[in-house]
Design a protein around this ligand. Sequence first.
Ligand code: MN
Ligand code: MN
Ligand code: ZN
Length: 280
Amino acid sequence: MRIGFHVSISGGFSLAVQRAYESGCTTMQIFSRNPRGWTVKPMDQADVAEFKRLREQWDIGPVFVHTNYLINLASKKPDLYAKSIEQFVIDLERTEKLGAEYLVTHLGSASGQEEEWMIEQVAAALNMAMKLHPLKATILLENTAGEKGDMGYRLEQVRQVMDRLKDPSKVGLCYDTCHGFAAGYDIRTKQGVDALAGVIEGTVGLDRLRGVHLNDCLRDFDSRVDRHWHIGEGKIGEEGFRLFLNHPAFRDVPKIMETPKETEEDDPKNLRVVKKLMKM
Ligand code: MN
Ligand code: MN
Ligand code: ZN
């Protein structure tokens, strides 16, 4: 089973893979650039080459890239919508230059819009991006907590977006356990984990589940509030994660923790808890 963290790219991509290795990752996630700005620095060829060499040497993979946070593929503002598609393509190009396998994206948000309108809007954006940039990497759509206007908090919505894609073969699912719990998918019991596996199988299909964001949730079940927390210390709790991690539908799916990093001890602690729950 592959497990890792979202790691910082501060100082370069080769430093990011070094951070991943030092914290015991066998898979990793990064941003391809500053996630909260539109400006993009060109990629340093030597740094990219070193990134590829090190991840090969240490057998770290798959590599997930997460899109910029300003991107909104469901925006109702025409200028932001166009900019989002353009910026999504930039993330896609950078993902492929890095040789990363996956680009994870949220579906976007549009407060006050009809759900059907949002599904069409996101699918059109993804179709446009894929037309502008034929894919090598796979795009993963991430389920959300369903905060104000957010799309993709029901797996049926993710499926409806996929159904509207010209080439759905290059698009999969990244399931975030915190977002899912906040949106009403309860994994605290065996029945709950079975039910979630059933919903994934019945919507996008388990074969399309390529990654998991493994996060506990600070806020209540079905609260629609996205606050990541340390594994086993949030409202999902250790038993929920033990059931989820050892379930045949989820056991072998690569997992990335996007847990808080308040002290240097946080990542090693979260990794220890996961390994303990999986008896690794
Ligand atoms: Mn995300
Ligand atoms: Mn996530
Ligand atoms: Zn989140």
